[in-house]
Design a protein around this ligand. Structure first.
Ligand SMILES: [Zn+2]
Length: 205
């Protein structure tokens, strides 16, 4: 892997090099959050005992466009950070959507692209105990999600949280359904629709 940054911090400090399988589903269940009441699936007609409440792709969408033999040369990737071609910079965060009529939230693990200097700042403040007090950084969503109109390039703000937590992603207030759901909440039915598409990825292309 090439050196991405020189100076006090570089991404290699945070990365164990790994390669994602391009044949894997592009969206994975993340974390252990679920609704244990389960649901009757509209795709396979079976009962699934858990409804996942946290999901997300393991890399920015652009990653999956890169031929697998070029990944090692062109990409640095950790669970939190990604750099492509030493000129495109991404951070992974949680985009939380409250679920109406419930005290639960649905949490997307998503990637946000941001300018080089802001990415460098995130690296520099990685261990900073006060980083959650910093003003949010502006970026653009870097993933496409099932059940929604195109979500790539939606304007998003990255709010750092305390050390050890992924940042929160807050979408700019627009009429896009995902932005509206983040403000007003989503429904259990919508959460189930997402789960059905992710559990049965043949319907996800
Ligand atoms: Zn099913």
């Amino acid at each position: 892997m090439k050196m991405i940054f020189t100076g006090t911090t570089n991404i290699e400090h945070h990365c164990s090099q790994r390669r994602l399988d391009h044949q894997q589903h592009r969206l994975n269940r993340r974390g252990r959050l679920s609704d244990s009441q389960g649901f009757q699936c509209n795709v396979c007609n079976e009962f699934h005992p858990e409804l996942p409440l946290a999901m997300g792709p393991q890399a920015p969408a652009e990653y999956f466009q890169i031929p697998s033999e070029e990944i090692e040369e062109r990409v640095a990737l950790s669970p939190d950070l990604c750099v492509i071609d030493q000129e495109k910079f991404f951070v992974c965060g949680n985009l939380e959507v409250p679920i109406q009529g419930s005290d639960k939230v649905f949490s997307w693990d998503l990637w946000v692209s941001l300018p080089r200097q802001d990415f460098a700042h995130i690296l520099d403040s990685w261990e900073d105990e006060n980083r959650q007090n910093e003003p949010p950084l502006a970026g653009a969503l870097a993933n496409t999600l099932p059940t929604y109109p195109e979500t790539q390039n939606l304007k998003a703000f990255i709010h750092s949280r305390s050390v050890g937590l992924k940042p929160l992603i807050v979408l700019a207030p627009t009429d896009h359904p995902l932005s509206r759901e983040q403000r007003e909440g989503t429904t259990m039915q919508q959460v189930q629709s997402i789960a059905e598409q992710v559990l049965h990825p043949a319907n996800d292309e």
